[in-house]
Design a protein around this ligand. Structure first.
Ligand code: ACM
Length: 764
């Protein structure tokens, strides 16, 4: 940050922060999120009341936006009406300092005499104003008076792109909620709102040239009840839908602009377009007609790359860019099955004519044509990482969601990247393993995992790393029906990601983050935000190595934790300070107590002790890094994986691979049965295996006497498979599990290798 900001700031601080007996503050008193880059605690307080005035350069209306935001915040939340004219010197000053510091940098100085917010741009002043609002939000005290602790803050973001997404197509949310969401993003210094406006299940933006997008594509006749994996599928029989008029869109864009947030609209093409095809079936490759989709997933019906389709899309994008000033227009590009193109004489002819070697290149042709159109209008495209397949459009930016590899590849090719991997950024995944959690798509992404994310992969050189613009949290709403539930799923994980993006990795300290976060959760709750508070919930970690032990903890790292075993409240119902050794079956339950009262949710974990519990295990192939949390020992720790969340520490996930293991009992033992559990969720490309093989041997080398057992395709999310053996003896248990293989046509993820998920291997 340029020195002039710092220098003027220090002068201001030294000249004004004087008092007879000021109270010294500690740096930990301020509870700001994101943590500023540089914060120096001051002494004493500034008294903010209806006597206080604001001053700013009236010539610059963009600075007035910050003053106006502060004014209305104080009125709404604190019942303070700032004075119109300056009678006293009690003043909050907004000042533009046009130096060369980053565009969102700011300095905030609070002394006993006044408040100064300086920024290198109006956006910087706004970000600094958010810091001021956070400080205001934490002061209680007498009505009409806020005592703000003196401080000097010099701050700027680590990443230029700090985003949150919202899918308004699977479920539709009113303008009033979109504005509330934008205010929450602003409060945490985010600057991009990715508005996912179209899907198979609904088209949510008015396009005047195509009225059937409103009349037909915006509504579905009913909606799936429960989880996609629950069979048979059942529907609610209720028509559902809605869309934003162009007037509403303009209002929201203006609302975001006043908060220095850019809205990136997404029209998802060429897949995820069943709703548009229901309205205009002539844009498809077949002569079929379609319904707007009523369940979730990936549908084979996609746009056909005909001239008529390009004309439609150019008209749609022309209306869109009139509404959205964003440089980026998101064109989707994800999950576009290619069967219809393979079967279309038109597509095959087009591929021949254009010299395209496969349907991936046809998708690239499709996206590149749209890119050319948008580039000519001064816009740039951003798309999901599938746009890399078949060749990336020349100027495209990539949103890396299927892990980080797409982002790494794009950055190496010199393209800009926004990181949003499912492993760390999908806030539609479960955030807690507690059984009371509302139904979610699956997966498991706890707060601490989001917080510990860093968007720049180590594989990138310094030069390549410059292409990583930042990270974005995604909120897909198949299973999120109400604004309250969006809030519950998005917050506080979005707050953790805000700190990842703004503060960078130098300030990372999860313990300190939760200490600050608890103040934010309390304030947000008071302000009617349905933020999830799991900070005092018991969390458990099964530790393997020398035997098995169980650690109880809470994220706040506060209070006393007590535990009991199988409802037996004995001497064991005592405060735990270290992991509890496990040597027998039982249900172990922990609970946090703060000042003697139970706080947060308890958690129970059941151990089913068997012959292989805590016994050494070797595995042939490593699981995928994102599904390997518990390590290989999780397979023999006596604990079953969750029936709903394949992402928890008990499940190991293998992408397209077989699973092999050798369990070493240390001495010859007698084995009668080996039982397996496999996750089965074809909607998420997870399939039960074809075959399991086991063998007992006194040799660690691969034996010949395998017992093979076929696995039947289950109709539920879990399949248990027991292999019974006539009491065999040996020191080693050898295991092989044969993956389902390539996912066949007609299923989600067709053409990709199936995921295989394995948890506890129970040996009796
Ligand atoms: C995505 O989650 N299909 C981008």
């Amino acid at each position: 940050m340029k020195n002039s900001l710092l220098f003027t700031g220090l002068l201001f601080l030294l000249s004004a922060c004087v008092s007879e007996n000021p109270v010294d503050h500690a740096a930990s008193d301020y509870n700001l999120i994101p943590q500023p880059q540089n914060l120096k605690a001051g002494a004493g307080y500034f008294s903010l009341s209806s006597e206080t005035t604001v001053s700013f350069d009236a010539e610059n209306p963009q600075i007035g936006q910050s003053a106006e935001y502060l004014r209305s915040f104080l009125q709404r939340n604190n019942n303070i009406q700032l004075a119109e004219t300056s009678k006293s010197s009690n003043r909050i000053q907004f000042q533009l300092d046009d130096n060369t510091a980053g565009p969102e940098s700011y300095v905030l100085i609070i002394t006993q005499k006044g408040v100064l917010v300086k920024g290198s741009s109006p956006a910087g002043i706004f970000r600094g104003t958010m810091t001021l609002l956070q400080l205001i939000s934490q002061q209680s005290g007498q009505e009409g008076l806020i005592e703000l602790p003196c401080v000097f803050i010099e701050d700027e973001p680590a990443f230029a792109y700090r985003g949150m997404h919202l899918d308004v197509a699977r479920h539709f949310f009113p303008v009033s909620f979109i504005k509330k969401y934008i205010d929450l993003l602003a409060f945490y210094k985010m600057n991009r709102f990715h508005w996912h406006l179209t899907e198979d299940q609904g088209w949510r933006i008015e396009i005047k040239q195509y009225p059937k997008l409103q009349e037909v594509a915006a509504y579905r006749k009913e909606t799936l009840i429960g989880h996609y994996s629950d069979q048979p599928h059942q529907f609610d029989g209720e028509r559902y839908g809605g869309y934003y008029t162009q007037e509403e869109i303009k209002e929201v864009v203006q609302y975001a602009r006043e908060r220095f947030i850019t809205i990136i609209p997404e029209i998802d093409i060429p897949g995820h377009t069943r709703a548009a095809l229901a309205a205009y079936p002539e844009l498809g490759c077949t002569s079929e007609t379609y319904d707007v989709a009523t369940k979730w997933g990936v549908f084979p019906e996609v746009l056909c790359p005909k001239e008529e389709t390009f004309e439609f899309l150019e008209n749609v994008f022309s209306e869109l860019i009139e509404l959205f000033p964003s440089k980026y227009i998101h064109i989707g590009g994800d999950e576009c099955p290619k069967e219809q193109w393979k079967n279309s004489a038109f597509c095959q002819e087009l591929m021949k004519r254009e010299g395209l070697k496969d349907e991936h290149e046809l998708q690239s042709y499709f996206i590149s044509r749209i890119e050319k159109f948008l580039n000519a209008k001064g816009r740039q495209i951003i798309g999901w990482d599938e746009i890399l397949e078949g060749g990336l459009a020349p100027n495209a930016t990539v949103m890396s969601w299927r892990g980080e590899s797409g982002g790494i590849e794009a950055a190496k090719q010199g393209h800009d990247v926004v990181m949003t991997p499912t492993s760390h950024c999908y806030f539609d995944y479960y955030q807690s393993v507690h059984p009371d959690e509302p139904l979610a798509i699956g997966g498991y992404l706890p707060l601490e995992k989001v917080y510990n994310y860093h968007p720049v992969p180590e594989e990138l050189s310094e030069e390549e790393a410059k292409h990583i613009l930042g990270a974005q949290g995604n909120v897909w709403t198949e299973y999120i029906k109400t604004p309250e539930q969006v809030e519950y799923m998005a917050f506080p994980r979005a707050i953790a990601l805000a700190e990842v993006n703004w503060s960078g990795k130098d300030h990372k300290d999860f313990d300190r983050f939760t200490k600050r976060l608890i103040h934010h959760i309390n304030w947000l709750k008071k302000r009617g935000v349905n933020v999830a508070n799991h900070l005092y919930d018991i969390k458990t970690e099964v530790i393997s190595g020398e035997g098995v032990s169980l650690k109880f903890y809470n994220l706040a790292n506060e209070g006393i934790i007590r535990y009991s075993v199988s409802d037996t409240v004995t001497a064991e119902d005592q405060a735990v300070t270290r992991p509890v050794p496990i040597t027998q079956s039982g249900v172990y339950t922990g609970q946090t107590f703060i000042n003697g009262a139970a706080a947060g949710r308890s958690e129970s974990i059941e151990f089913n002790w068997h012959k292989a519990s805590g016994v050494p295990i070797e595995i042939a192939e490593q699981p995928a890094p994102q599904y390997s949390q518990g390590g290989k020992e999780a397979l023999v720790n006596g604990v079953l994986g969750s029936n709903d969340r394949y992402g928890d520490a008990e499940w190991l996930g293998f992408s397209g691979k077989n699973f092999g293991a050798v369990i070493d009992f240390g001495e010859t033992d007698t084995i009668q049965s080996v039982s397996f559990r496999f996750y089965h969720s074809p909607g998420q490309w997870i399939h039960a295996p074809k075959l399991v093989k086991v063998a007992i041997s006194d040799s660690k080398d691969t034996p010949a006497n395998w017992t093979n057992s076929l696995v039947r395709r289950p109709d539920s999310k879990l399949v248990s498979k027991a292999v019974e053996m006539k009491a065999q003896t040996g020191r080693y248990l050898h295991i092989e599990v044969i993956n389902y293989g390539i996912i066949p046509d007609g299923m989600q993820g067709a053409g990709n290798g199936a995921w295989l998920f394995v948890d506890e291997i129970i040996v009796e």
